[in-house]
Design a protein around this ligand. Structure first.
Ligand code: NAD
Length: 478
């Protein structure tokens, strides 16, 4: 018996959750259910996170969370409960199987069967944003070695467990050489530990185009958070129905399972919604907690129901479907099929599908880190970079000197092009004079000098080499 936390959510949430629970309990799932309230009512009662402190305690105690979609109220100030839950509970791995169910669900891609494994905690979702000048705002993209190692190892272990043949990595490391470069590098390192699984890397733009056009060429795809967010929806959509996909969010101690669709408020309370997406999430949950035989029984009954042509409105098609049913009748049809197997779809076998057990991340011994300069970001309303360079060169003449100015990453001094458009946000790079070593105290001295001379420095970034290897981007055009 496993105690799970259940949130019935908003909109169609309660109906699809009731249907899902009725199916898995009828199949013999050994579950104790503890219900919490999250979402719209909690938000509107003044809790900007959409979840009460006591509910966190219940989720953390039970560790397994089955969540129906929620409605985030319109207007500012409401935090995304999904993002908060993933980050608070360390749910680093978002697993989204996207499989077409041809010929019962119309799709241009009848043989598609891919699993997207999306990093779930970092990247631009760290949510660290600032306005720095009148014209420029920034969002920090944070990629960590533990983040990369955990998600990439998860992808390979998942492929091994599921007997999948290939893991593909998508990044944009031709442009983001440090952040996406780290993800790609760690992918290559970990891939070498799994010689039996094919591996490949695609630059995200052409990889995404290829996935949308020929998804049958892919198997497991692992990627950083933002790309995974976008492409897992694309992949689900091209299977023929976003309404049929579930998603697992897996951490080292906790896990959350859900449908990928939202709360479809316009369909609420009418007994029409398709419970399949949440049911797919629940099946992943049953596998995760080791109730694999029940998961298998439910999945086979669900596939048989689709084959029988018993369809909710969203997937109903004249000529293919036999009966248009509501939420409750669909659940009843799946329950009636428990114990049966599909005859057109391949019946599933989940004997090996229990939760993956991954080694804990081990921190490496630190590299030798040397300070090689500093980027000083200046808010300046002028237009001619030569003028800013003269000002900066005149204020500070010890240890470090101005070596470059860029505007939005493009070198504008020395030898800039007059055609380059400039904003009011200037990155001014200082490097040691004559290639000498520099001390860290040179940085506050420079800042003091700038302050005394009315130069508006809005932030600094130290430039480091790790084990002698430069670990910062150059200016474009350098
Ligand atoms: P949605 O996924 O709720 O609906 C998109 C379309 O798909 C609608 O036409 C809807 O009727 C249909 N649909 C969705 N699920 C269905 C189902 N199970 N059966 C039949 N039809 C279904 O997306 P939306 O309309 O953009 O968002 C509605 C609300 O859901 C918003 O408040 C949004 O913030 C929230 N949302 C929540 C989650 C979540 O909790 N995980 C995810 C996405 C959106």
């Amino acid at each position: 018996m496993t105690t799970i936390t259940v949130a019935k959510g908003d909109g169609i949430g309660p109906e699809i959750m009731d249907a899902t629970l009725s199916i898995i309990l009828a199949a013999g799932a050994e579950l104790q259910i503890e219900e919490i309230e999250v979402g719209e009512k909690v938000y509107l009662a003044g809790n900007s996170a959409g979840i009460a402190a006591e509910s966190w305690d219940i989720i953390r105690k039970n560790k397994i969370f089955l969540k129906a979609p929620i409605t985030t109220p319109q207007g500012g100030g409401y935090k995304s409960l999904n993002v908060t839950t993933r980050k608070f509970l360390g749910l680093y791995s978002n697993v989204r199987p996207c499989r077409s169910l041809h010929p019962f669900i119309s799709t241009k891609h009848p043989v598609m069967d891919i699993v997207i494994i999306r990093e779930n905690e970092e990247d631009l979702y760290a949510g660290i944003e600032h306005q720095q000048t009148d014209e420029v705002v920034q969002c920090l993209k944070l990629i960590s070695r533990p983040g990369c190692e955990k998600i990439i190892r998860y992808a390979f272990e998942y492929a091994k467990q599921q007997n999948r043949k290939k893991v593909t990595c998508f990044t944009k490391d031709n442009i983001m050489k440090q952040t996406d470069g780290l993800f790609h590098k760690v992918f290559d390192e970990i891939a070498s530990e799994y010689p039996e699984i094919e591996n490949e890397h695609w630059i995200i733009d052409i990889g995404a185009a290829k996935m949308a056009d020929s998804p049958e060429a892919f198997d497991v795809i692992v990627m950083p958070n933002l790309y995974g967010d976008v492409l897992s929806d694309v992949a689900a959509q091209i299977t023929g129905s976003v309404g049929l996909a579930g998603s697992a969010n897996i951490g080292e101690s906790c896990a959350m399972f859900e449908a990928i669709h939202g709360s479809a408020p316009r369909r609420a309370g009418q007994d029409v919604a398709n419970p399949s997406g949440l049911l797919q999430g629940a099946i992943m949950m049953l596998n995760h907690i080791g109730q694999t035989a029940i998961a298998e029984k439910v999945q086979n009954a669900w596939l048989k129901t689709l084959e029988d042509g018993i369809h909710t409105y969203d997937i109903y098609k004249e000529g293919i479907s036999k009966e248009k049913v509501g939420t409750k009748a669909f659940a009843a049809a799946v329950i009636a099929n428990l114990g049966k197997t599909p005859s057109i779809f391949q019946p599933v076998n989940y004997a090996n599908n229990a939760a993956l057990s991954l080694p804990k991340y081990k921190r490496r011994s630190p590299a030798v880190k040397t300070l090689e300069g500093v980027d000083v970001f200046v808010h300046w309303n002028g237009h001619d970079a030569n003028e800013l360079a003269q000002q900066l060169k005149s204020i500070y003449k010890k240890e470090i000197q101005l070596s470059m100015i860029t505007n939005r990453g493009i070198k504008v001094w020395p030898d800039g092009f007059p055609e380059t458009f400039c904003t009011d946000h200037w990155r001014c790079r200082f490097k040691p004079i004559d290639g000498n070593q520099m001390s860290k105290s040179a940085i506050p001295s420079l800042l003091m000098a700038a302050n005394e001379n009315g130069i508006d420095i809005i932030k600094t970034e130290n430039l480091y080499a790790f084990d002698g290897k430069q670990a910062f981007s150059l200016g474009q055009g350098q």
